[in-house]
Design a protein around this ligand. Structure first.
Ligand SMILES: Cc1ncc(COP(=O)(O)O)c(C=O)c1O
Length: 371
């Protein structure tokens, strides 16, 4: 296997302990493991975090929840994107807790739970200003009054998501927090007990204590990246993912040789070019053409020419003793240097989250303990 994603479970454990540093001992943690744990592999990540006592796991959809249940993970699971009518029965049978933001789903779930003689837990998603998923803030009271009579449902939590907690402007986050608090007060007045209200992502865990409520929802910080660069001084995280390949061919080319499709790179002088079997099919973005760097022999090598579907080329003219089969690190550390997901994201014009999902979900993963 030439291309491998290495997942360092020791680093994951370290990052989980960092989350604990910011919260009260009584505050619960829901690890966000959706999108196959941001490309890190939701089964391994969830098992490791469950051993450490994580209180909830947050998955995207029912399919992801079932993957975890089949892997014998018994930690409470919240389905963050909600469910369809057809999934109500499966959710109840598999002990999943859906996000609910539609009345039709609330009714159907309640009917199914009643048939099975069960009380189904739900987390109500409120849109406090993200403009994405959830009951609009001004409709919360009327929604709550309509589901109050559904005795087979237990509203365990209200939850919401912050749009700007990773940015330096605090005003919008405070506005969303105020709306969220108002919804909680309203719901409690109506008799909902609400054990685990939650709104804090990684950025809010670090920067907004007042956003912690009863439970926090870390994602990116568990995987060792910062919500944005301003967080680097506030917490020390360890990247969990490394992406490695090997050189499969080296060639010495004369000056003026074109590299890859469209000849976007022309060798300025005689050059040593290494070919590496990684391309956009491996999640290594084409936007890194003539921009990205990789580590070979502890040195940086520039990607030259366009990134292809399964191959890319790096200039290794100044790397001593470079050979076929030498290790290439595209993400992670080699000797004294490191290429972070943030660095790649900046060069590719995206965010670390996308880098992790793209690489992690497209390559063979292996799991290791401490280095
Ligand atoms: C609903 C929800 N909660 C929590 C998170 C975790 O956010 P972060 O990875 O920034 O900590 C996400 C991530 O997208 C999310 O969609």
């Amino acid at each position: 296997m030439v291309n491998t994603i290495e997942i360092d479970l020791g680093a994951l454990r370290h990052n989980f302990q960092q989350v604990r540093r910011f919260i009260k001992p009584t505050t619960k943690i829901m690890a966000i493991v959706k999108s196959d744990a941001y490309g890190h592999g939701m089964i391994h990540v969830s098992k490791e975090l469950s051993k450490l006592g994580v209180d909830f796991l947050g998955v995207g959809d029912v399919r992801e929840g079932l993957v975890l249940r089949k892997a014998k993970i018994s930690t409470p699971i919240v389905v963050l994107l909600g469910i369809s009518e057809e999934e109500c029965s499966t959710v109840i049978q598999n002990n999943l807790i859906p996000a609910v933001y539609r009345l039709d789903i609330a009714h159907r779930l309640s009917q199914e739970a009643l048939k099975k003689g069960r009380i189904q837990k739900i987390h109500l998603k409120i849109d406090t200003g993200m403009g994405r998923l959830g009951i609009p803030a001004h409709e919360v009271t009327s929604f709550l009054s309509k589901i109050r009579s559904l005795k087979s449902l237990e509203v365990e939590a209200l939850f919401s998501h912050l749009a700007c907690a990773h940015e330096s402007d605090e005003e919008y986050t405070r506005f969303q927090l105020e709306r969220f608090k108002k919804a909680i007060v309203e719901a409690k007045k109506m008799g909902f007990s609400l054990l685990y209200n939650h709104i804090a992502n990684s950025a809010a865990i670090i920067d907004y204590k007042e956003a912690h409520f009863d439970l926090v929802r870390p994602g990116i910080m568990l995987y060792g990246s910062y919500p944005s660069s301003q967080f680097k001084e506030k917490v020390s995280l360890k990247p969990v993912m490394t992406f490695k390949s090997k050189i499969i061919q080296i060639k010495r080319l004369p000056p003026n040789s074109g590299i890859s499709y469209g000849r976007t790179y022309i060798t300025p002088g005689e050059a040593l070019i290494a070919t590496i079997p990684v391309g956009y099919d491996n999640g290594y973005m084409k936007s890194l053409s003539n921009k990205g760097e990789v580590l070979i022999g502890g040195r940086r090598a520039k990607i030259v020419g366009v990134v292809c579907m399964n191959l890319l080329m790096a200039e290794v003219t100044n790397i001593p003793n470079v050979q076929v089969n030498d290790e290439v690190v595209l993400l992670g550390s080699q000797m004294k240097d490191v290429i972070t997901a943030e660095e790649i994201a900046e060069r590719a014009g995206t965010i670390s989250y996308e880098i992790y999902c793209a690489l992690g979900n497209r390559n063979q993963r292996i799991y290791k303990e401490e280095p």
